[in-house]
Each structure stands twice: as structure tokens, then as C-alpha cells.
Ligand binder design. Structure first.
Ligand SMILES: Nc1nc2c(ncn2[C@@H]2O[C@H](COP(=O)(O)OP(=O)(O)OP(=O)(O)O)[C@@H](O)[C@H]2O)c(=O)[nH]1
Ligand SMILES: [Mg+2]
Length: 303
């Protein structure tokens, strides 16, 4: 490492992680960073804005940008999600295009390839979920992507869930980064506020139970985030879109909400290493996915 004053320099750059919803982009990010930054769930469109995870060592700093899955959308939120993918593609030094090795190519893969090809950036193709995909399935999706994106200069078959081949992907990414000063202090792991990550953890906990019924209707707002150094006191609003959805979240005798709360506390404790006192209020915000003001307040337009 060369020092620029006290500021480190090395291989430094941005990697945009893009792909269809549910292919494992956020799982890849968390596994590569070695901690749980981005919400993961079995429901498509879990990620709603871009999340930057920063991986530094003595000689390099890679800024991974996890993006929302590319999909057909018909809401204001959906528009912002696609815009944030577009911006991330433009800003990237390398694009990591992730596809699901187990699924036959479809309309959303077509959308991804169009966007990635148009961005004209160097692309690493990552075929994920090889732990559950047959060789034929992997070959089919790989062919689909390589036929459509000229910029692909390397390909990997990985399992983000198991951690297979992640080191190899990372080594190639490091090699490809330009040289320059670090963008962030070496000990910084994300540019996101802890309370925003906390809100995602609560949403992830809720999605575990409600992804069938309410995959897209949930939003979490942190009303209070008090950190005493030993204890984290959090009050959060969990929004649904209609009155009729409230009982699903609360459950019989409040059991569902208790379960969500308990799981969220577990995730928040891992995040903060502190005792967590969490209160969740379930609220209704009518058609919030189309309301600019609400999306602004929730930080969903900053992506
Ligand atoms: N079997 C298997 N499942 C995986 C793998 N990687 C991710 N998954 C699962 O796939 C689902 C989606 O993972 P996410 O990481 O949330 O996917 P994403 O691409 O970020 O999805 P969006 O944010 O909706 O665009 C989760 O249930 C993961 O556990 C893998 O390598 N193998
Ligand atoms: Mg995601």
C-alpha cells in the first residue's frame, strides 16, 4: 500500500451487482462482505434501493453496489428501483451480472441483458445457485447471457449460499480495479446508516412469514433509534397498504407480530452487538408505493 499523506491508495473501484429479482445478489453481497448488510428473502424484489458494501484490505477497496432486481414495474417505487439499477451500471468499473443457474431464461432475463449490454461496461457473468442447478440448466442460462452481452470477459459458476467460488470472483474483481486513493476510510463497511440497515432487518424478519401474502406491501420506518452503547432502543412502524392487511401482520393474539419482533431482535443484535429493545407498530399507508412523499420519507428515492 502506498500512502497519500495518511490516506491509503490501491486497487479501488465500484462493482455493480445486477440481475433479475431473486437470483441471489444480496446473498452474494453479504457472503462476500462476511456480514449481513442487505435484506435477503425468498420473495422477488426484496432489495428496493442500492446498498453499498465496502470491502477493504491493505491494498484494495472494492465498493459493491447491490441493486434491486430488474423487473417489469407499474409503480413509482418500481420506477425508482430501475433508475437506481441504471445509475449503478453507469457508475461501475465492473458489472457483476448474476443469473439463477436453476431457472430457464425469461422476460426478466431479457430485460437484464438489454440493460447490461447497453451500459457497455466490462461484465463478469455469475451463474448462481449451482448447488441446486443441473449442468444442463446452467449451460442454458449461461448461453442466453453470453449470446446477448458482448462485454462479458469472465464467467463463474458459484453458490452464494454455500460460499462456493466467491474467493475466485473476488480475486478477479480486485485485479480489474483501477488504481487510486481509497474512497472511504479503510474501516468503513457501508455508506448506509445503521438505522436504515436496521429497518431492512425488520422488513426481512417480516418477509420470512408474510412473503406469500404481502411480498410488496410492507415498508419499515424507524421512528426512534436510541443507542446508549449497551442498549439499542428502537421504535419502528411496519406499514401495510390496506386495513385488511393489518390482521395478517399482527396474527391471532398478536402471535405473528411477536414472532417477527423476536426474529428482528436477533438480526439487530447481530448487527449492533447490543441488547435490543424493539417495539413495532403496525400502520396503514394507503397505496404508498405510488406516493412520492412517502417514498422520499422512507429513503427509497435516494438510491
Ligand atoms: N440454493 C441456493 N439458494 C440461494 C443461493 N443464493 C441465494 N439463494 C436464495 O435465493 C433467494 C433470493 O436471494 P436474494 O439474495 O434475496 O436475491 P436477490 O437477487 O437479492 O433478490 P432481489 O433483492 O429481490 O432482487 C433467497 O431465498 C436465498 O436464500 C444459492 O447459491 N443457492
Ligand atoms: Mg436483493
Amino acid at each position: 500500500m502506498q500512502e497519500l499523506g495518511d490516506w491509503p491508495t490501491g486497487k479501488v473501484g465500484y462493482v455493480a451487482i445486477v440481475g433479475r429479482p431473486n437470483v441471489g445478489k444480496s446473498t452474494f453481497l453479504n457472503a462476500t462482505l462476511g456480514y449481513h448488510l442487505a435484506a435477503v428473502s425468498s420473495c422477488p424484489q426484496t432489495t428496493r434501493r442500492r446498498w453499498r458494501g465496502i470491502l477493504s484490505d491493505d491494498d484494495s477497496q472494492i465498493i459493491f453496489v447491490d441493486t434491486p432486481g430488474v423487473h417489469e414495474q407499474n409503480t413509482r417505487l418500481g420506477n425508482f428501483m430501475l433508475e437506481s439499477v441504471q445509475r449503478s451500471l453507469q457508475d461501475a468499473d465492473v458489472v457483476l451480472c448474476v443469473c439463477d443457474g436453476r431457472r430457464a431464461p425469461g422476460a426478466e432475463d431479457e430485460m437484464v441483458t438489454e440493460r447490461v449490454a447497453a451500459a457497455g461496461q466490462p461484465v463478469i457473468l455469475v451463474v448462481n445457485k449451482t448447488d441446486v442447478a443441473t449442468a444442463e440448466q446452467q449451460a442454458e442460462i449461461r448461453q442466453f447471457y453470453t449470446d446477448r452481452i458482448d462485454g462479458i470477459f469472465a464467467q463463474f459458476a458459484i453458490s452464494a449460499l454455500r460460499g462456493d467460488k466467491l474467493d475466485e470472483v473476488l480475486a478477479l474483481i480486485r485485479e480489474q480495479m483501477p488504481t487510486g486513493p481509497f474512497f472511504y476510510p479503510p474501516d468503513q463497511v457501508s455508506d448506509a446508516f445503521e438505522r436504515d440497515i436496521g429497518a431492512e432487518m425488520i422488513r426481512e424478519a417480516a418477509l420470512q412469514y408474510l412473503h406469500q401474502e404481502l411480498p410488496h406491501a410492507l415498508a419499515v420506518e424507524i421512528v426512534e433509534w436510541q443507542d446508549t452503547g449497551k442498549k439499542l432502543k428502537i421504535i419502528a412502524n411496519l406499514y401495510v397498504e390496506r386495513d385488511s392487511q393489518k390482521p395478517m401482520v399482527v396474527g391471532k393474539n398478536g402471535e405473528m407480530l411477536n414472532q417477527i419482533r423476536a426474529d428482528a431482535v436477533k438480526l439487530l443484535r447481530e448487527l449492533s452487538d447490543m441488547f435490543v429493545d424493539l417495539r413495532i407498530h403496525v400502520k396503514v399507508a394507503d397505496k404508498w408505493r405510488n406516493k412520492k412523499r412517502f417514498l422520499e420519507d422512507m429513503g427509497l428515492m435516494d438510491g
